[in-house]
Design a protein around this ligand. Structure first.
Ligand code: CA
Length: 228
């Protein structure tokens, strides 16, 4: 497994490299966006970790250009907290997943493992699990042919869960990635929003499997009930 890290903050880049090497990954690091783009387009990597704010060529442009050149290496973008708009732009330009700084190394590892298991085709703007689809550009959500109206926050939560379908997301991960840093978050906020989503996505569809699952003491995931 070979990983490319494109990150101009030397401290972060080097600590990611050190940590991943301890996990037996081969890691190339570059602090420059243009060099990163050249490396990503000329060598084979299993995953690219890409910072969005780079001095020469920014992460969104890199993503966009790589996808244009049909390079489908999974891309995990790193964004600073509160840059919700950049995160969305990054995903729409072809990134596969994102992580908000500061992040726990264990979470970075889990994301890399999930991405490297995924077939090398970009998820694209439509996220799908069973008959549930979410379009990140038109903001359309459907179960089967039935359209589902979600609030902005419900949409963001469902998008996060769908990007990590089949894996558990803890409450902390959800809060860190779905809510802005200045949002008012109560201890039960995530639970409440999961409830709202269930009322729209699972409850009205009697006879279909529930897709939003609670794993008591661990967190939540999109999955099929009998496959917990
Ligand atoms: Ca940076």
């Amino acid at each position: 497994m070979k990983i490319l890290v494109i990150e101009d903050e030397h401290k972060i880049a080097n600590s990611i490299k050190k940590g991943l090497e301890q996990e037996s990954y081969a890691v190339d690091v570059t602090y420059s966006g243009t060099d990163g783009f050249d490396m990503a387009s000329s060598e084979e990597y299993d995953v690219i970790i890409l910072d969005l704010m780079l001095p020469d060529m920014d992460g969104i442009e890199i993503c966009h250009k790589l996808r244009q050149e049909k390079i489908n290496t999974p891309i995990l973008i790193l964004t600073a907290k509160g840059q919700l708009e950049d995160k969305v732009k990054g995903l729409n330009s072809g990134a596969d997943d994102y992580l908000t700084k500061p992040f726990a190394f264990t979470e970075l590892l889990a994301r890399i493992r999930a991405l490297s298991r995924r077939p090398k085709t970009n998820l694209g703007p439509v996220l799908k699990y069973e008959d549930l689809t979410l379009n990140t550009i038109s903001f359309e959500v459907k179960r089967g042919e039935k359209e589902i109206k979600l609030s902005k926050q419900e949409f963001a939560l469902l998008e996060y869960l769908l990007r990590h379908a089949g894996t558990i997301s803890t409450k902390d991960q959800i809060i860190n990635n779905v809510w802005d840093y200045d949002a008012d978050i109560l201890p039960n906020t995530v639970e409440v929003y999961i409830g709202y989503l269930r009322n729209k996505i699972d409850k009205p569809f009697k006879g279909k499997p529930n897709l939003i699952l609670t794993l008591r003491g661990f967190g939540y995931k999109i999955g099929k009930e009998n496959h917990v």
